[in-house]
Design a protein around this ligand. Structure first.
Ligand SMILES: NC(=O)NC(O)C(=O)O
Length: 289
């Protein structure tokens, strides 16, 4: 449910970066086969038992499979929801239509580090022609305060791409007073404490520190509970889709399941919006879309 409108007062842009586990770690887990080279046929179960593979790997299915048990922190904190309604595990499918890329407007392109405020008027292409259509606008962010949420594309195709956009939380303030979120201290289990992980807190999104990641069909992503994120954006040919299986918890109390913040232009400057530039991923060795 919509809980707030955040004014965007000046043009802002950032450049998407490749989705990697370390880069995404502050927001959750980027998931992929950690060792595509390791197969049941070439990896001794005894070596797996001795820790030859990462992420809590074990030999499974009578030695015909490798199971990685620690790829993502799937968590729920509904025991702390003010309504007292328990959350239940839910598996749904999001059929995400591809987003049409548009010109980044005034943006000269940020660095991908989330602080790429712009306004230098570089809206044209290098040769002064039409600006390249390589960007998407972020108009809304949302979070699921009491549950992690995992998006798993139903494809193992590296030529399928999607855009994962996230933002850290601001320190709590008057504008978010009263919003239900779990108490970080109480919610932390032993694992989180050992890993030094913590929940993002009650604050609204810090849009100046927004980050964007390009994921491929060979990757899944888990947003940690309470992580601000944009609705999933599939990339690719017009009118195509990426189908995602989505695993989360929910209790059907709207403000406890999903809190949304609209990013609204303030003032007369049409360029006051947040644009994410999607670079040509061939530069990262990925096939052309
Ligand atoms: N991420 C996304 O696309 N959507 C949601 O998080 C949702 O629950 O609607």
């Amino acid at each position: 449910m919509l809980i707030h409108a955040l004014p965007i007062t000046h043009p802002q842009s950032l450049t998407a970066e490749p989705l990697t586990r370390p880069a995404f770690a502050p927001f959750g887990d980027a998931i992929s086969n950690p060792r595509p080279d390791a197969r049941p046929s070439n990896t001794d179960p005894a070596a797996i038992a001795n820790g030859a593979l990462p992420f809590g790997a074990v030999s499974a299915n009578q030695g015909t499979a490798i199971q990685y048990r620690g790829l993502a922190a799937v968590r729920e904190y509904y025991a702390q929801a003010p309504s007292g309604r328990a959350g239940a595990a839910r598996l749904t499918m999001f059929v995400c239509g591809t987003r049409e890329l548009e010109s980044g407007g005034s943006s000269g392109g940020g660095d991908g580090n989330g602080d790429g405020d712009v306004g230098n008027g570089k809206g044209k292409g290098e040769a002064g022609g039409e600006a390249k259509k390589d960007s998407v606008q972020v108009t809304i962010l949302e979070r699921h305060p009491f549950t992690s949420q995992t998006f798993i594309p139903l494809t193992a195709d590296a030529s399928k791409r999607y855009l994962v956009i996230v933002a850290p939380s601001l320190p709590p303030g008057a504008t978010d007073e009263g919003l239900p979120v779990p108490d970080a201290e109480a919610a932390q289990g032993a694992t989180e404490k050992a890993n030094g992980a913590k929940l993002p807190g009650r604050g609204l999104p810090n849009v100046r520190r927004m980050r964007a990641f390009v994921a491929t069909g060979e990757q899944a992503v888990t947003y940690a509970a309470g992580t601000w994120h944009a609705p999933m954006m599939a990339l690719g040919p017009a009118d195509s889709t990426i189908d995602f299986l989505v695993v989360q918890f929910a209790n059907d109390v709207p403000v406890e399941d999903c809190q949304e913040v609209a990013l609204e232009r303030q003032g007369s400057d049409e360029r006051s919006r947040i644009m994410v530039r999607v670079p040509d991923a061939e530069r990262w060795g990925l096939p052309k879309l």
